[in-house]
Design a protein around this ligand. Structure first.
Ligand code: FES
Length: 328
């Protein structure tokens, strides 16, 4: 490593100073014969690497491709393999190499620097299509770079983030259970929690599932502007934790008053704890904002329906989460 470092520094300095080169008659490295077959092989390997690099974002973008993950791994692995093979062919068949064993002192004099620079330059004499090879190598490297940064697209939409605010809830949508049955308000019991979905909507979307609990109406301390959101003490919140998007799956009721002062909704992933009586406020844990609350109404049949959309965007937070409210 030390020798390579010294050689690279000397080469750089030599190029910067633009000293006159030693006469070509004083070759240090004996010229090697051209090997166009090896060059063609390197070009082909770089081309294959570039194709694999380009294939990665294509496979990534087309969801319909079966076994997508395996193909992504294959494309990336082959791109690296082809580039590695090209480098091996260059090292073995195209770079003139010779090994000399002697003490090598630090290059202190300008002519010693020049000698090292000349050795490096003459070692590449066997290339007859140097520019084409450089271009092919750059193409393969660029394609591989594109493949490597492609997964960053999964971090979320960049320009249009409206889908992050959208939910299937709007005023009048009926709350149903997993079997599609509606929830009658008088069937909602205290000390337990229910999972509800919007009727006739796709349940897998992030804004769909709710947790529904019943509290004593006098326990409620909802934020200003949410009067009427909890008929008969029944409150509904998004089931998706605002920390990292796990499901709210525990309901802590105050079985042991000294340590459990009041009911709480809990995400078991990192134990974010939310207060259903106070608009989903964070009581404990890493979540950075309250659970979005859904206003409820009771229809003429005594069943629960949404009174509008959530109090805020559902799911884990992102850079613009506070810019808008939830949208239907
Ligand atoms: S995802 Fe809920 S606490 Fe981390």
């Amino acid at each position: 490593m030390k020798r390579w470092g010294i050689a690279a520094i000397v080469l750089l300095l030599g190029r910067l100073r633009r000293r006159p080169r030693l006469p070509s008659a004083e070759r240090i490295v004996q010229p090697g014969s051209a090997d166009r077959g090896a060059e063609s092989l390197v070009l082909a390997l770089f081309a294959c690497a570039a194709l694999c690099g380009i294939a990665f974002p294509v496979v990534y973008a087309v969801d319909a491709i079966p076994n997508q993950t395996q193909f992504l791994g294959l494309a990336l692995g082959l791109a690296f393999a082809f580039i590695a093979a090209a480098c091996i062919v260059i090292a073995k068949r195209l770079v003139v190499t010779e090994e000399l064993e002697e003490d090598y002192s630090l290059p202190a004099r300008p002519d010693e620097e020049e000698v090292v620079a000349k050795i490096v330059e003459e070692s590449g004499d066997r290339f007859t299509r140097k520019r084409l090879l450089l271009l092919a190598g750059a193409g393969a490297g660029t394609a591989l770079g594109v493949a490597l940064i492609t997964p960053a697209a999964s971090l979320g939409p960049v320009l249009d983030v409206s889908s992050l605010y959208r939910t299937p809830w709007r005023r009048g949508v009926r709350l149903v259970d997993e079997a599609g049955r509606g929830f009658r308000a008088d069937e909602i019991e205290e000390d337990t929690f229910y999972t509800a979905y919007p009727e006739h909507a796709y349940r897998e979307q992030m804004g769909a599932p709710l947790v529904v609990v019943r509290l004593q109406p006098e326990q409620l301390q909802l934020p200003a502007g949410r009067r009427g959101w909890a008929p008969r003490g029944i409150v509904a919140y998004s089931k998706i934790c605002t920390h990292a998007g796990c499901a709210i799956a525990l309901y802590r009721k105050p079985t042991f008053p000294p340590v459990q002062p009041r009911p709480a909704l809990i995400c078991p992933c990192h134990y974010s704890t939310f207060d259903p009586a106070k608009g989903g406020d964070v009581l404990f844990g890493p979540a950075g904002r309250p659970l979005p609350q859904l206003p409820l109404e009771i229809d003429a049949m005594g069943e629960l329906r949404a009174g509008g959309n959530f109090s805020g965007p559902v799911g884990p937070s992102w850079w613009g989460v506070r810019n808008h409210g939830a949208r239907s």
